[in-house]
Design a binder for this molecule. Structure first.
Ligand code: GLC
Length: 661
């Protein structure tokens, strides 16, 4: 073939390739238009125009290395303050279980001091315009990494409260706690709409109901962000975009198989609520997406230019910053923990590269120089980061030495009272046969179950440490287990305790409070791997054994279940006169006492208002397979009467049938 005809053939191939990719781009843009309504993002104001002008001017004066440094987010365990200066780092985070000097008992002042060191380092670079570093933290149920902080119920309990206004107040209180430590960004709220309770992060979800999640998202974002730029405002994070709660078998970081239309209908409702509340950051999901309508296997969200670029940024009009999850970029085919042009080209602006950030920066600089990442994409990413920082007030004052809330907000009487109210509103009464609740205060009570005296089990994951493990009740100085709260309220002489119910004469008591509970967990460590049974006693047989020892003795038994998800519990319910789903209540055990026991006048001081925000399984498999014991929305009140009677106790199902979600 002549040289000329080779050129002509190559040009034809190029043109065909170009038109194919243009066609694909048009198709995905059309899909974005047809499936995704525009979001009600608050309109830009004159102040925004001024900020945009300032952004353009700052970016224009930055070198490529400074821009890539601005897009880099290491964990505080792998970077020293002066390296923030040296490498122009834009953001840092403390992952779960990272504290100043790796001391879990760090004081609020220790956090402030470290924040000040990082801030000062970022303002000491040789840049024309210094850009302050921003610190992000997982404050997902209060400022949960901080020793002594008041912890609110996890999201699954707040979902049962059906009270968006309560969420906004909790967001406000959390923002004050976070700002008191010199941090200005919370990686919350999680907006997953969980479809399979096998997922270890089910408790981070408000509900399987998209509309409840939508109403909550806006409330929590307004609570956290308040008036952007004020000393009590923190950036909120809508996470994890998109479909994290829809993976097959609830596998953490797994594959969400559904149509794009369903992805919109079921999984995006919270984001519309968050965007309408002007959320400033979005975190991308580890999960992957396969479109069952078109058959397209989009793969990992961290490389999905259609859903991150076309949909979130273009169609929904999100103008804040998109951050990757912890080493999330390595899951994109062809990428590593420290190198992923695909993720940046997909629309991710800030890369959470906790440890390998020193490799990330030169590798990404090289990507830009080699044309693998267009400079326009880098400039867009850096502009979004700087715009968010300008709106957050970071350029105006140091979060550590500028105005900020006092350390007392960490566990103030107001914070504890709010958390106690949230606990009350989150409890769901599933059974109260014979109207045994509320117990009278004048009786003598036996308390049974390890969870009754364990703040780690009462608080769940993301509490002091990532997994909520390797801690003990004594490391929660401003908190009360249910047992401690009962002894304070009723008098220690009226409350006896046995962790396993052995060796006690139940007939001596007027009532028994049994606490069944899970060991704390987070993320993949909490998955109940398919086809294992959803039955609580299959994972915690000791709770059923303890209940067997104290039930059926003619003394009323109320069982309180601490769990991060709805579980099959008919065996426990049958051995209880009353049964309360308490989820993961956090530090205020008193909120449970408020409902289990009458007031001084022997009349109910409060009533159960909680209603399930998830369906509850009758058997060991998903409710859709093994039947629904209670539907979403179920919950009793005290005066309502309950005649649940005996529930079916099928033999443990060793393997559940195939699941479609
Ligand atoms: C975790 C979680 C994410 C969290 C991040 C930082 O892996 O997926 O929700 O914000 O890492 O801790």
């Amino acid at each position: 073939m002549s040289a000329f005809s080779k050129v002509r053939k190559h040009r034809r191939t190029l043109l065909l390739g170009l038109s194919a990719s243009l066609l694909a781009a048009c198709q995905t843009a059309q899909t974005a238009q047809s499936i995704w309504p525009a979001a009600a993002v608050p309109p830009a104001t004159a102040a925004d125009a001024a900020i945009d002008a300032r952004v353009r001017s700052i970016v224009a004066g930055m070198t490529l290395e400074q821009k890539i440094g601005q897009m880099t987010q290491p964990d505080i365990r792998s970077i020293k303050p002066d390296e923030v200066r040296q490498y122009y780092i834009g953001s840092i985070l403390n992952g779960g279980g990272a504290w100043p000097a790796m001391n879990m008992h760090s004081s609020v002042d220790d956090w402030l001091k470290l924040s000040d060191e990082f801030y000062k380092a970022s303002m000491s670079t040789d840049m024309t315009v210094k850009i302050p570093v921003i610190w992000g933290t997982d404050a997902v149920h209060g400022h949960n990494n901080i020793y002594g902080a008041t912890l609110f119920p996890h999201n699954i309990g707040l979902g049962a409260a059906h009270d968006p206004q309560l969420l906004e107040r909790i967001g406000r209180a959390t923002a004050e706690q976070v700002r008191a430590t010199g941090i200005t960004w919370a990686f919350a709220p999680t907006l997953a709409v969980v479809q399979n309770p096998r997922w270890g992060r089910t408790y981070e979800s408000y509900s399987s109901d998209p509309e409840l999640v939508r109403s909550y998202a806006g409330a929590m974002v307004r609570g956290l962000q308040g008036r952007l730029g004020s000393p009590t405002s923190v950036l909120a994070t809508a996470k994890h975009w998109l479909g994290d709660g829809g993976t097959l078998h609830g596998v953490d970081q797994g594959e969400t198989r559904t149509s794009e239309a369903d992805l919109y209908r079921t999984h995006s409702a919270g984001y519309y609520g968050a965007l309408a509340a002007d959320v400033q950051t979005v975190m991308v999901s580890y999960s992957s997406f396969t479109d069952t309508a078109s058959g397209q296997q989009w793969g990992k969200m961290h490389g999905n230019a259609h859903l991150v670029g076309d949909v979130l940024k273009q169609r929904l009009g999100f103008h804040g910053l998109v951050v990757s999850d912890w080493n999330g970029i390595e899951q994109v085919p062809g990428c590593t923990k420290w190198h992923c042009p695909q993720a940046i080209n997909a629309g991710i602006d800030l890369i959470m590269v906790p440890d390998d950030w020193k490799q990330f920066i030169p590798a990404t600089v090289e990507d830009v120089k080699a044309g693998r990442i267009p400079m326009s994409r880098i400039d867009d990413a850096v502009s979004r980061i700087i715009r968010v920082k300008l709106k957050s007030g970071l350029f105006d004052a140091s979060p550590a030495t500028g105005p900020h809330p006092d350390a007392s907000v960490m566990s103030s009487p107001a914070a504890r009272e709010l958390a106690r109210e949230a606990v009350r509103k989150s409890l769901v009464l599933l059974k109260n046969d014979g109207g045994v609740l509320p117990f009278k205060r004048s009786g003598k009570i036996l308390v049974v179950g390890a969870g009754a005296d364990s703040l780690p089990m009462q608080s769940g994951g993301w509490s002091l440490t990532w997994q909520g493990d390797n801690t003990k009740t004594s490391e929660y100085p401003n908190a009360e287990t249910l047992l401690a709260s009962m002894r304070k309220s009723l008098g220690a002489d009226r409350v006896d305790y046995s962790a396993d119910g052995t060796g006690v004469d139940v007939s001596k008591y007027s009532g028994v409070v049994m606490v069944a509970a899970e060991q704390p967990y987070a993320e993949m460590k909490g998955d109940i791997t398919f086809p294992a049974p959803l039955r609580h006693s299959a994972r915690y047989p000791q709770d059923l054994q303890a209940l067997d020892r104290v039930s059926g003795k003619g003394v009323p038994v109320v069982t309180v279940l601490y769990s991060g998800r709805p579980v099959a519990a008919n065996d426990l319910i049958n051995r209880s006169d009353a049964f309360v789903a308490a989820w993961l209540p956090g530090t205020e055990g008193q909120g449970i006492v408020d409902l289990l026991f009458a007031g001084a006048d022997d009349r109910p001081a409060y009533d159960f208002a909680g209603r399930l925000s998830f369906d509850w399984p009758a058997g060991d498999c998903l409710p859709q397979q093994g039947g629904y014991q209670f539907r979403r929305g179920y919950g009793l009140s005290l005066g309502g009467g309950s005649r649940l009677g005996r529930l079916p106790e099928a033999p443990v199902t060793m393997a559940c049938p195939a699941e479609s979600r």
